[in-house]
Design a protein around this ligand. Structure first.
Ligand code: SAM
Length: 261
């Protein structure tokens, strides 16, 4: 197993983003959908947030698009395990498999900042295409702190790519201001940008019980199945090596709004 995200898929690992479940809680405050709205999550991973949303707002239409077949399979199993049926999940590669102006809101957690840099403008444009006029993109992404230099970013990303198969965060769009500018170029205006490093305790939330159990089963698999156990040991060793990198990054919550017309 040479990709960390594959290991996380096999072990049902939830909350793979800045500030974990607190980060999700802060994002859900922004999402707050009204009945009948169409919502899309891009890069849903093992599906934890989809479960929370489907359970909390059963009257919305919920969709997901993922590029990893392994993640898709785990998310499907999580939803089934939790008895949730009304979520439409799709695998996709280049173009989002939805018509223009289809969604009220698109959201993602730790996806946009780790896609290959040259594909990010295209993904922003795709999101803009599938949003209704006035629709919103809400995302939680880890970005580099302003004092982190281009050389440091390049070096850390290369090490992480070699060790884990993913970068820490975008090198071409490293700082929050770059994202505001890119969003603007793609028709998405920044409504809100907030550091996730300070999150109020009141935004804590309880995790769906069956979903927490599904995550726990994956955690146990990671400690019992020899192939996963070996991979787990290797990832932990690498993680210890790169432990200090977190201090160069901060989680950010963005809300972009599609311009009318
Ligand atoms: C760091 S994980 C985050 C997973 C999940 N959002 C979470 O927070 O637990 C990134 C996820 O994005 C997916 N992904 C990466 N690039 C993508 C793309 N261009 N479109 C859709 N999903 C993508 C990966 O397969 C992975 O599941």
């Amino acid at each position: 197993m040479n990709k960390l995200l594959d290991f996380f898929a096999h072990t049902h690992t939830p909350f793979l983003h800045a500030r974990g479940k607190k980060g999700t809680a802060a994002l859900l405050v922004e999402l707050e959908p009204t009945p009948g709205q169409r919502i899309l999550e891009i890069g849903f991973g093992t599906g934890q947030t989809l479960v929370e949303i489907a359970a909390r707002w059963p009257t919305i239409e919920l969709y997901g698009a993922e590029k990893s077949a392994l993640m898709l399979d785990t998310a499907r199993r999580r939803l089934r395990f939790c008895g949730i049926k009304n979520v439409n999940l799709q695998l996709y590669t280049a173009r989002l498999p939805f018509p223009n102006g289809f969604f009220d809101t698109v959201f993602c957690e730790s996806v946009l900042a780790i896609v290959p840099d040259e594909t990010l403008p295209g993904l922003f444009k795709e999101i803009n295409r599938v949003l209704k006029p006035g629709g919103r993109l809400c995302c939680n992404e880890s970005l580099w702190l302003p004092e982190t230099t281009a050389d440091t970013i390049r070096a850390i990303n290369q090490q992480c790519l070699d060790a884990f198969g993913i970068v820490q965060a975008s090198a071409t769009y490293p700082y929050p201001a770059d994202w505001q500018e890119l969003g603007n170029l793609c028709g998405l205006q920044t409504e809100k940008m907030q550091s996730l490093e300070i999150i109020r305790a009141s935004t804590m939330h309880r995790v769906h019980l069956r979903s927490a159990l599904f995550s726990r089963i994956g955690w146990i698999k990671g400690r019992l199945i020899p192939k996963l156990k070996r991979a787990n040991r290797q990832w932990r060793k690498n993680e210890r090596l790169f432990e200090g990198y977190g201090r160069f990054l901060a989680g950010h919550l963005f809300v972009f709004k599609k311009r009318n017309g």
